[in-house]
Design a protein around this ligand. Structure first.
Ligand SMILES: [Zn+2]
Ligand SMILES: [Zn+2]
Length: 320
């Protein structure tokens, strides 16, 4: 078999290094432990293996595989520590620091839309004292963006790219290997595997009917039914129009920020790759490059200007 025949037989090989960047992003970041690693790196300056073991309770082999994947993806930088008990430190790279907004949106979603969200530490904008989640703004026009003011555009030939399983995390241990629940448990229904992520993303793009989901995804009816049912059980979608449509609930629509930042991060992480999906801000016509804005003072919010304040008098002071 010639190389071209091999490539023709394996669609994923055609994109080679340029696997769909959005799918690759969900494969990497749509993972509870990976997100917990990043959260602890930001919030607790975790940088050593044992710090993450202590905080996450993850099985060591599972943590090793996630750290390796993050190093390989350029999110963490491994620094040898020859004299220390831990042989390496893992530091956030510039690309790693760029996941901050994704985590803020995940925290905000959990804070507002999960029964256990009230136990989360509160985000405080130190410049104005405002407490609570930020909103998404469009860097192109500096206006606040809601999902209603955006159009999600799918590249016509990207159908298989979104859906094909490609290089799945073969090293991925089952979710059950992680004990307990944390702030990322519930959102995994939506972003924890590529099919669910694609179905939720299409719903955010305005897709409602079973046949339209199928038309945009190379997905079997059984798998699609399974994901739609899971998303309905998780109150991210609901059935409408006598069961013929699946519509986002407010809880589902509130995932917009998470998706906006995941998509924009994928462009940073995989520069040069053509994404199969993009969000356009209809109000200004530009491709959405999102940023966060404080609801209290309208200023843009960055890492340096916020703190997480543990809520007083609660039995669960730990984030997660
Ligand atoms: Zn705009
Ligand atoms: Zn503010």
């Amino acid at each position: 078999m010639s190389l071209s025949e091999v490539r023709a037989a394996a669609p994923d090989a055609q994109v080679g290094a340029g696997m769909d960047p959005v799918a690759a992003t969900f494969d990497l970041l749509g993972d509870r432990l990976t997100l917990a690693i990043l959260r602890d790196a930001f919030l607790h300056e975790a940088r050593r293996f044992n710090q993450w073991i202590e905080r996450t309770g993850a099985p060591p082999a599972m943590l090793t595989s996630r750290l390796n994947a993050l190093v390989e993806a350029g999110v963490l930088h491994r620094v040898p520590q020859p004299t220390a008990a831990d042989r390496h430190e893992y530091l956030l790279t510039e690309l790693g620091f760029a996941t901050w907004e994704i985590l803020i949106c995940l925290w905000g979603w959990h804070r507002e839309w999960s029964p256990s969200g009230a136990l989360q530490p509160e985000l405080v904008h130190t410049e104005c004292g405002h407490r609570g989640p930020a909103v998404v703004l469009c860097r192109g026009c500096d206006r606040t963006v809601t999902p209603h003011e955006t159009a999600v555009e799918l590249r016509p030939d990207a159908v298989w790219a979104l859906g094909s399983s490609g290089r799945r995390r073969s090293t991925r241990a089952p979710e059950a290997a992680l004990s307990g629940r944390d702030m990322f448990t519930e959102v995994m229904v939506a972003i924890g595997d590529r099919w669910s992520a694609a179905v939720t993303g299409l719903a955010l793009a305005g897709i409602r009917r079973f046949s339209d989901f199928r038309a945009n995804l190379d997905i079997s009816p059984t798998t699609l039914t399974d994901r739609l049912n899971r998303l309905c059980s998780a109150q991210i979608l609901r059935k409408a129009d006598g069961g013929r449509e699946y519509r986002l609930t407010p809880r589902g629509r509130a995932l917009f920020g998470v998706y906006a930042f995941l998509l924009s991060w994928s462009a940073l992480a995989y520069p040069g790759a053509r994404p199969g999906v993009m969000i356009r801000h209809s109000s200004c016509g530009q491709a959405l490059v999102p940023a966060l804005r404080c609801r209290g003072c309208d200023a843009r919010v960055d890492r340096a200007a916020v703190v997480f304040e543990p809520l007083p008098d609660l039995a669960q002071p730990r984030l997660g």
